[in-house]
Design a protein around this ligand. Structure first.
Ligand SMILES: *[C@@H]1O[C@H](CO)[C@@H](O)[C@H](O)[C@H]1NC(C)=O
Ligand SMILES: *[C@@H]1O[C@H](CO)[C@@H](O)[C@H](O)[C@H]1NC(C)=O
Length: 394
């Protein structure tokens, strides 16, 4: 449905708007007509299933309405292929079951699988709330509490627009995208407390042409994490923090792995995050790579590691005396300003056997209180342009 356009933020936004306009001419099914109850108690999973079956089976474009109120839904899959485009219009709130184990035993709460042409429109009020608090609390106190669920997962989808949706208190990540093409995530609000374990904002893997635009992410782990096989992606106008910043990786966990390439991260404000922009790889052999990456126009406010490449990642000493095989090249850091919580504002720790190549630092001003910040390099090669504070270590 979405034709091949050159990757460009404006084109992707035009596609998003077109999809929304088209949605106006569709047939509508309300989950309430299938027995869903907006009372915050009654299990409405079967009603959602039935309503989805009608919407997905509709020859005309269909809209599935979730009106105001609170609807309890258990883990479920919205499975395609559908006969035409489907819009899920959420005005109310979808909540997880009160017993957290129901979600925690499943890896995913709301899964969208094998769908071509999907719009999830949260308007200004649409919310999903996994009610993850007892799950995080169990993890803090008892260790094993089942896996935990991602709140929304898109698998093998093409042509997806999610707009204006709010996701609260996910058990694990709020949203994940795997094996998808042409996905625009616009105006999202993703929230979980800073101390909630592994609550990433958005995880992406093996996907092509993804846009994340105009969103606010406050969570307990990475705001956005791009894993193996992510390419042609734009992240623009994001507020991130609290959280662990925007990360490429972990890369190179396995010997054979798809790389990450053609990524632009622009106009992001990081507030009180641990990392700003980060590339992270395991210190073990791999054929993987990270290349053609631009990080530009970023503001760091009290960030512990504003700019970091870490190719020595190896928790629990699982890779003694090994180097990362991941080849990092052509990565630009341009116009990055603000404050670092540590003296070392720029850390480029590359692999001794595969030094980083073509790293560019341009127009950077990162300060550390009233003292000068520093940059450190190991096996990093590149150039510095314009005013770079702290001075580059190439
Ligand atoms: C480096 O990456 C940029 C951004 O993706 C790209 O436009 C440029 O062609 C790349 N340069 C090389 C030498 O590959
Ligand atoms: C760098 O930022 C600091 C703090 O905002 C400012 O005082 C200083 O003038 C800036 N330096 C340059 C060269 O822009």
């Amino acid at each position: 449905m979405v034709k091949v356009f050159p990757l460009n933020i404006n084109n992707l936004i035009v596609i998003s708007l077109l999809l929304l306009v088209c949605a106006k001419t569709s047939v509508a099914y309300s989950v309430v007509a299938f027995g869903a109850r907006p009372d915050g108690r009654t299990d409405s999973t079967q009603a959602f299933h039935k309503a989805w079956a009608w919407a997905c089976g509709s020859v005309k474009p269909a809209t599935l309405d979730v009106p105001q109120g609170r609807f309890v839904v258990q883990p479920m899959s919205f499975t395609g292929p559908c006969k035409n485009r489907v819009t899920l219009r959420i005005k109310g709130t979808i909540i997880g079951p009160s017993d957290y184990r129901v979600l925690a035993r499943s890896n995913v709460w709301l899964q969208f699988y094998n769908i071509n042409g999907l719009i999830i429109d949260g308007g200004t009020t649409g919310t999903i709330d996994a009610r993850g608090q007892p799950f995080w609390s169990c993890r803090r106190h008892y260790g094993y509490c089942y896996n935990g669920a991602q709140s929304i997962s898109f698998v093998s989808c093409n042509g997806v627009v999610v707009r204006g949706l709010k996701s609260m208190n996910s058990q694990k990540s709020h949203m994940s995208i795997k094996n998808c093409n042409n996905v625009a995530l616009n105006y999202l609000t993703l929230r979980a407390p800073s101390g909630s374990p592994n609550t990433d904002g958005i995880n992406i893997q093996h996907s092509n042409r993804i846009l994340i635009y105009g969103s606010v992410i406050k969570t307990g782990d990475d705001c956005i994490a791009l894993g193996p096989g992510t390419k042609n992606m734009v992240i623009n106008k994001i507020a991130c923090g609290p959280g662990h910043g925007i990360s490429i990786g972990s890369m190179g966990n396995s010997l054979r792995e798809d790389g990450v390439h053609n990524i632009v991260v622009a106009n992001v404000v990081f507030t009180g995050t641990i990392y700003g922009v980060r590339i992270k790889s395991w210190a073990r052999p791999s054929n993987s790579f990270v290349r053609n990456i631009i990080f530009r126009n970023l503001v760091m406010r009290n960030v512990y590691y504003p700019i970091i490449i870490d190719q020595k990642y190896c928790p629990n000493n699982q890779c003694p005396h090994q180097n990362s095989g991941v080849k990092v090249s052509n990565v630009s850091f341009i116009n990055i300003k603000g404050t670092s919580r540590r003296k070392e504002a720029i850390t480029l720790t590359c692999s001794p056997s595969n030094p980083c190549k073509g790293i560019k630092l341009q127009d950077i001003n990162l300060t550390f209180g009233s003292k000068p910040a520093v940059s450190t390099c190991s096996y990093a090669r590149g150039i510095s342009r314009g005013k770079v504070i702290p001075p580059s270590c190439f």
